[in-house]
Design a protein around this ligand. Structure first.
Ligand code: ZN
Length: 99
């Protein structure tokens, strides 16, 4: 399956060009005020959620409550702040214990 190697989005066709672009993201609560990292995404909102997911993948700190992610758009140097939250999905499964 073809994926964009920058934003990891699934591409419908092999030769499709992804329209993602580079943003810079920072989660001050986790990283301090000046730790900006690149994140490729279609827009600033997607950059915030993708970046937070990337930074949260081991600890799942987002489950304790939303975090604020700053997104800098290099095209106009504007900074937007997003609140990013996550939720778990409940899966039910049955195990036979008696016949
Ligand atoms: Zn992409």
């Amino acid at each position: 399956m073809p994926f964009c190697n920058k934003c990891n989005r699934y591409l419908l066709f092999k030769n499709t060009t992804c329209r993602c672009r580079r943003f810079e993201c920072c989660i001050p609560e986790w990283e301090g005020d000046d730790e900006w990292s690149d994140q490729y995404a279609a827009d600033a909102e997607e950059a915030a959620s993708k970046y937070t997911e990337r930074r949260d993948e081991c600890e799942y700190d987002c489950l304790k409550g939303p975090v604020k992610c700053r997104v800098l758009d290099p095209q106009d140097d504007s900074v937007q702040i997003f609140e990013v939250a996550a939720e778990t999905e409940i899966h039910y499964h049955a195990t036979q214990v008696e016949q």
